[in-house]
Design a protein around this ligand. Sequence first.
Ligand SMILES: [Zn+2]
Length: 251
Amino acid sequence: MQYKIMLDAGHYSTRNQSPAVPEYYESKQMWKLHLLLKSELTKYGFIVGTTREHQGVDLAVTKRGEMAEGYDLFISLHSNAVSGSGAEKTDRVDVYAAYDDKNGASVLGNALVRAIAERMGVSAGKCKTRRGERGEYYGVLRGARSVGCPLYYIIEHSFHTNRYAALWLLDDNNLLLLARTEAAVIAAYFGLTKGDVDMNGRLDIYDVLLIKRAYFGTVKLTEEQKRLADINGDGEIDVFDYLEAKRRYME
Ligand SMILES: [Zn+2]
């Protein structure tokens, strides 16, 4: 089974400039991040869509959420902002999920909070909810829910009103690390750990042997298994995947 994920880059064009780091715009960095995340998720075998084709063109928030129709997961990517005297100190990762914890949404939500906070080196907030008069308070989440998407989230990658967080997110290399972290958490949630070719939930010695045999052509893998065996995602199962599997198994 191939899972489908819809990614939404928060905002468009040059929106939400950081007061602490003027070069930082939430709209620009989240656009880059959602493309990197798309590429990393694709390596796990997910089918990934994006809500908008062009960075400079907006789409109403509810409409973006509605793009999640037929998808297993919807994520809208953001960095947060806060005003007032405490702004410079606020450096927390939060995720917003279904107000009624539909399908146990907080499980993946909290896993994302922890992993992203650790990766960014900032505080871990919570998987939060916000209910409004029309159900979900946030338009993107309301849209995703209205089309029956089972899991939908807003990720706030800390606060761009914080100098440390804005500088961190401004570095494209960090965005790549962030995309890899998020893809790994999502893949693990859906039971797709890279290298776990026999899909028993962990990369063990049997997987290492399966990858070795696949490399030598003495075993036939299914299409899904091939994607899991291709650890570095270069499109073929080669000696590097075998060595990487062995390395991860020994760790
Ligand atoms: Zn935002």
